[in-house]
Design a protein around this ligand. Structure first.
Ligand code: CP
Length: 311
């Protein structure tokens, strides 16, 4: 049996995970999806997931909790800082130390870059980054890559467009780091004011083939995947800047008509108006499947972190 390199490990950044480890999670996700419910509940029985979410979440928090339940474990946590002692002024450090006492794994979402790295220095138990500032969302990147493999049967050779808020969108940075292990062409489509922060990609910029665009039209017919992101009102220092760019891109049926017939539309979600609901029932829309794969992949990741002798 191969050594389980995820056992008792923090998941702070996708940069800490090499291609072999990524593929280990994908292959264990495939394996776990074929387990019976009884086999699954042996993997987390009696273990507790503690979630500390300083920012709202639907998919990340709930998929982790659903994943932990599927492994026979339980979850507790802070989903709204206002309902916890954070509201009284308790520090992130003390909140993590306390959650560490009550749980076996901590998942943290926080508006500051570096928050998860800080938390894992304080926690005896593993910490998973559930989204840190505009910096990283490593488990989202893992589930995005897994979704591409499941839906396209490969990653190498694809033309991948990423569109929307590329400046503040943490999922984009984690995904680009993950894609740097593969032979893909990346097309980044955004308003000038929301262009990617190239300095945040310096470790991989020579490995990625990137072209930047401000309009979708010219590149649209070449794309195999369009990874759509929300323009995130909450991350703009100046709301006028948000007003200037909101609604810049909308994927609707007319756009799909000009794309490859098998183009896949992905979105980490939540989706606002950047993907028309008319797209939801097309075979191109895979964003709900993506959210479902997220639960499977997070269950596999939790199982690998909790159990030394599995692979
Ligand atoms: N994709 C994602 O992080 O969604 P939530 O903000 O709902 O967790």
């Amino acid at each position: 049996m191969q050594r389980n390199s995820f056992y008792n490990r923090d998941i702070v950044s996708i940069k800490d995970i090499d291609k072999q480890d990524l593929e280990r999670v994908f292959s264990y996700t495939d394996k776990l999806r074929n387990f019976t419910p009884n086999e699954k509940t042996e993997l987390g029985r009696g273990r507790v997931l503690g979630s500390v979410f300083y920012e709202p979440s639907t998919r990340t928090r709930m998929s982790f909790e659903a994943a932990m339940a599927s492994l026979g474990g339980s979850s507790l946590g802070i989903s709204d800082p206002k309902s916890s002692s954070i509201e009284k002024g308790e520090s992130l450090a003390d909140t993590i130390r306390i959650m560490d006492l009550y749980s076996d794994i901590v998942v943290l979402r926080h508006p500051l870059d570096g928050s998860s790295r800080f938390a894992c220095e304080l926690s005896r138990n593993p910490v998973i980054n559930g989204g840190s500032g505009s910096e990283e969302h490593p488990t989202q990147a893992m589930l995005d890559l897994y979704t591409i493999i499941k839906e396209k049967r490969r990653i190498d050779g694809l033309n991948i467009g990423m569109i929307g808020d590329l400046k503040y969108g943490r999922t984009v940075y984690s995904l680009l780091y993950g894609l740097s292990y593969y032979d893909v062409k990346i097309h980044l489509i955004s308003p000038v004011s929301l262009k990617i922060r190239m300095e945040s990609l310096y470790e991989v910029k020579n490995k990625l083939r990137i072209q930047e665009h401000t309009t979708l039209e010219d590149i649209l017919p070449k794309l195999d995947i369009i990874y759509v992101t929300r323009i995130q009102r909450e991350r703009f220092p100046d709301l006028q800047e948000y007003e200037n760019v909101k609604g810049s891109y909308v994927i609707d049926i007319e756009v799909l008509k000009k794309a490859k017939s098998d183009v896949s539309i992905m979105h980490p979600m939540p989706r606002m108006d950047e993907i028309s609901q008319s797209v939801d029932n097309t075979t191109n829309a895979i964003y709900f499947k993506q959210a479902a794969y997220g639960k499977d992949l997070r269950a596999a990741l939790l199982a690998l972190i909790l159990n030394e002798n599995i692979s």
